[in-house]
Design a protein around this ligand. Structure first.
Ligand code: ATP
Ligand code: TZE
Ligand code: MG
Length: 280
């Protein structure tokens, strides 16, 4: 084998070993993940976390944050069905998590759909999330801080179109930025990796993006010092489960079921034979 190919194969192996190690840790440690999330995603998000081995808690009332948030292992904030009443709780949860040294992850759903939403997302970005995960259109809107014609919660961009936006958002915010799509991009503003697993039918199930953001929170909870690697691993694991689920599915509704089963049943052989992460 050419030395270049040998290096790539070793790289691939070490990503697969790392992703499997993190999933195993998650299953052993069952981190508690607080999710302040939209009404559409609550079910799929909680079930994705449970099937991966984490312990989800959809606790969003501002009255509970001071008591509860210091004890979680990570926090996921998702603005999908945002209304003014929810914002103070999101703000406070992010601040309490920061104070307690707990990682938190932001999903800026439909960031470019309205000025209210964009302003809220930019404020949350300023509260120092460890990771921001959005689709291409969301990351472009956040990075340019501008609203515009959008398809709402769906992306009108390929993830690759958002590469420069992702790098610049990572540099300005200090967060790891992930853009989901055919290739999931993960960057710290300098290094960029692509996670290639997944099937396009995952876009036809609402809240798969929200669910993978929560899964990222769970992976970062078990490896907070390596958020880029944890993020790429979570995206890869979810993508592999999508591929395996698709082999049994007849359409989006049955893929949803098989996706959750595949996250639950994932073994080392599937991770090491299927995982594909490359430098971009
Ligand atoms: N074309 C594609 N091929 C393979 N996998 C894809 C493709 N598009 C998206 N995915 C995968 O589907 C999942 C959801 O990504 P998507 O970009 O649709 O998120 P989203 O737009 O935020 O979704 P939602 O808002 O409904 O939660 C991710 O795991 C992503 O890797
Ligand atoms: C469809 C939808 N609308 C607001 S949030 C959400 C879930 C996918 O982001
Ligand atoms: Mg989304």
């Amino acid at each position: 084998m050419e030395p270049d190919n040998l290096n790539k194969e070793q790289d691939q192996n070490s990503w697969a070993v790392n992703a499997w190690t993190l999933l195993s840790k998650l299953r052993d440690q069952s981190p508690l993940i607080q999710c302040i999330t939209n009404f559409v995603s609550m079910d799929l998000m909680a079930n994705t976390l449970l099937s991966a081995g984490a312990s989800p808690a959809m606790i969003h009332s501002i009255e509970e944050i001071q008591d509860f948030t210091p004890h979680v292992h990570a926090l996921c904030i998702n603005v999908g069905t945002l209304s003014p009443a929810w914002l103070p709780a999101m703000r406070e949860a992010a601040q309490v998590a920061n104070k307690a040294g707990k990682p938190w992850v932001l999903d800026p759903v439909a960031a470019g759909a309205s000025s209210f939403r964009l302003k809220a997302c930019l404020e949350l970005v300023g509260l120092k999330p460890s990771v921001i995960r959005g689709n291409g259109s969301e990351i472009i809107a956040l990075s340019k801080a501008s609203i515009g014609a959008t398809k709402g919660v769906d992306s009108s961009h390929e993830s690759m179109d958002a590469m420069e936006a992702a790098k610049s958002l990572a540099q300005s915010s200090g967060a790891i930025v992930a853009v989901s799509g055919a290739v999931d991009i993960v960057t710290d503003g300098h290094r960029v990796v692509g996670a290639h697993n997944g099937v396009s039918m995952m876009q036809k199930i609402t809240a798969t993006g929200c669910a993978v953001t929560a899964l990222i929170a769970a992976f970062v909870a078990v490896d907070p010092l390596h958020a880029l690697e944890a993020t790429a691993s979570a995206l890869s694991i979810f993508g592999i489960a999508g591929e395996m689920g698709m082999a049994m599915a007849k359409g989006p509704a049955s893929l949803r079921m098989h996706l959750i089963d595949s996250v639950y049943n994932l073994d080392q052989a599937a991770v090491s034979s299927r995982l594909k992460v490359t430098s971009l």
